[in-house]
Write a new protein. Structure first.
Length: 218
């Protein structure tokens, strides 16, 4: 687990692009990586991360990708977002761009809408994080090779520490996922939900053990 080099670790959990259009069987992008989301248990692992973050007082921030009705902010030349205009996929304010129901945000948890892969581009994500004193980002979501990789690199250049919770991420196939993790290791720590956000009993046990060890040396 990253503890930081100069400052105390002050994390926020980011839930990236786990929207209905991508992560729900009825979503119109369910052919992108839904099979990997399901086989890797990404929704369940992310749910565990969200629950533990809330219990520990760690801010949870959701990021969803989408475009305004009418597609004025849709990148027409993008090979990635070409199909978004087909049947008005990824329209903000619709069911498709809502966070998956198993991960529903609380009323006071921010939901940041982005129009590109990079969640910092043209959004107030950094303002939200700075206002909460965050210096470490815990990344979950899809896809590993796009939003996770883009977020890690951008966050690194904005002087955040980054931890990728690998078991709460996925992309279209295992090989591409592993390739993305190789690249992510250059700017982030690749870890797991349990390592980054230990269960309360595990945290308590570790603290008790540390205390016992200290007392035994006195």
């Amino acid at each position: 687990m990253t503890t930081g080099t100069l400052h105390e670790r002050r994390p926020a959990l980011l839930v990236l692009d786990l929207i209905n259009e991508i992560s729900h069987p009825e979503g119109r992008y369910n052919d992108v990586c839904l099979d990997q989301i399901e086989s890797r248990g990404v929704l369940g692992h992310t749910r565990r991360a969200v629950d533990r973050a809330r219990a520990a007082g760690v801010p949870v921030v959701y990021v969803v990708v989408g475009f305004s009705p009418g597609l004025a902010d849709w990148p027409e030349t993008s090979p990635l977002f070409t199909e978004a205009a087909d049947g008005d996929r990824l329209i903000l304010g619709t069911w498709g761009t809502e966070v998956h129901e198993s991960l529903k945000p609380l009323a006071d948890e921010p939901v940041v809408a982005k129009r590109r892969v990079n969640p910092f581009l043209g959004t107030h994500l950094e303002l939200i994080l700075r206002a909460r004193g965050v210096n470490t980002l815990l990344l979950t979501g899809v896809t590993t090779d796009l939003v996770i990789l883009s977020t890690a690199r951008e966050a690194h250049d904005r002087d955040f520490l980054v931890e990728v919770l690998e078991d709460a991420t996925a992309t279209s196939d295992p090989e591409l996922h592993e390739a993305a993790l190789t690249l992510l290791c250059r700017t982030a720590e690749v870890t797991t939900v349990d390592a980054a956000l230990p269960a309360p009993q595990a945290t308590k046990l570790a603290a008790t053990t540390a205390t016992a060890d200290t007392e035994g040396k006195v």
